[in-house]
Design a protein around this ligand. Structure first.
Ligand code: SF4
Length: 259
C-alpha cells in the first residue's frame, strides 16, 4: 500500500549512480546504523536520486481528506495500478461519497472489484461513511485540517479497518501533518539499513521513524524510500551495486564481511 500514483512512479526517472568509492564511508562507531545522522544521510542520498523531498509534487494529495482515506483503504492488499482502476471506476459510477453511502454493498463491491477484497472493502467504506456523516455532518473530512496530529490519529485509528499505515498516509498527504507511513518497501529497507531489527514490525518501525525523522522530511522521505524499494532495493536480489546508500547499509556491510 502506498499513496504513490502509477503516474508518479514514472514521472521521475533520474539516473541512478552508485556512490563513488572515493567518498567517505560513514563512521559506524560515531554514527551507528539507525542514529539520527545515519538516517538523515540516507534520506538525503535517496532524495538526490528521487527528489520527492526537494521537489515535492502534489500528485500524491487528493485535496479532500476523505478521498485520500478511501483511496488508501482501497489500496490495502493490492498494487497501485489496481487501486487506481478501482478508485476511478468507483468515482465514475458514484460521483459523490453520498452516492457511495446510498449504494448497496454489492454495487460498491462490483465497482471496486479490481482492488480485490471487494466485499470487505465495500462494507468498511459504507461503515466509515456512516460514521463520518454522523460526526462531521456530511461526507467530508476538511474540518480535520484544524485538528492537531494526536486528535487526527486517534480519530482515524478508531475507524474499523484503518490501520497505522493508512492513518499515516492520510495525515502526510491529505492533511499535511508529520507522519511516516511504513509499507513493505519502507520496512524492508529500514531493516536492511540497520534502522530496525530483522523482525521489527512495520508498526514499530513507523513509530520509530515518526519519533526520529524531522517532520518536514517525513512525506518526501517516505516516497523516496518506496521508489528506492521498487527500483533498486527489491525484496529479492537487491541491486546493491547500483545503490546510492550501499556504503552505509548494514546489510551490504554484512555481505562484504562474508567475502
Ligand atoms: S545496499 Fe543493497 S540492501 Fe542496502 S539499501 Fe542498497 S540495495 Fe538495499
Amino acid at each position: 500500500m502506498s499513496r504513490m500514483t502509477t503516474a508518479g512512479t514514472t514521472a521521475r526517472k533520474n539516473k541512478i549512480s552508485p556512490r563513488s568509492e572515493a567518498e567517505p564511508r560513514i563512521n559506524a562507531a560515531e554514527h551507528p546504523y539507525g542514529s539520527l545522522e545515519h538516517i538523515l544521510l540516507v534520506l538525503s542520498r535517496l532524495d538526490s536520486v528521487y527528489g520527492h523531498e526537494s521537489t515535492p509534487s502534489d500528485a500524491f494529495a487528493t485535496g479532500e481528506p476523505l478521498d485520500g482515506l478511501m483511496l488508501t483503504l482501497l489500496s490495502q492488499n493490492t498494487n497501485d495500478r489496481n487501486r487506481d482502476v478501482a478508485y476511478g471506476a468507483l468515482r465514475k459510477k458514484f460521483p459523490t461519497w453520498s452516492d457511495v453511502a446510498r449504494a448497496s454493498k454489492d454495487e460498491i463491491t462490483l465497482a471496486i472489484k479490481y482492488a480485490g477484497l471487494g466485499d470487505i472493502k465495500a462494507e468498511r467504506m459504507k461503515a466509515i461513511l456512516a460514521i463520518i456523516a454522523n460526526d462531521f455532518g456530511g461526507y467530508t473530512l476538511t474540518r480535520m485540517r484544524e485538528w492537531d496530529s494526536d486528535r487526527v490519529r486517534a480519530y482515524l485509528s478508531n475507524l474499523r479497518g484503518i490501520g497505522p499505515k493508512t492513518v499515516a498516509c492520510v495525515m502526510a498527504f491529505d492533511l499535511g501533518l508529520p507522519a511516516f507511513p511504513v509499507d513493505t518497501h519502507v520496512a524492508r529497507i529500514s531493516r536492511r539499513l540497520g534502522w530496525a531489527g530483522e523482525k521489527s514490525t512495520p508498526e514499530k518501525i513507523q513509530i520509530f521513524l515518526e519519533k526520529t525523522v524531522p517532520p518536514e522530511r517525513c512525506g518526501g522521505g517516505h516516497l523516496n524510500m518506496i521508489e528506492h524499494g521498487r527500483r533498486i532495493c527489491h525484496a529479492r536480489a537487491p541491486e546493491c551495486s547500483a545503490c546510492v546508500v550501499a556504503d552505509v547499509c548494514r546489510e551490504r556491510s554484512k555481505s562484504e564481511d562474508d567475502l
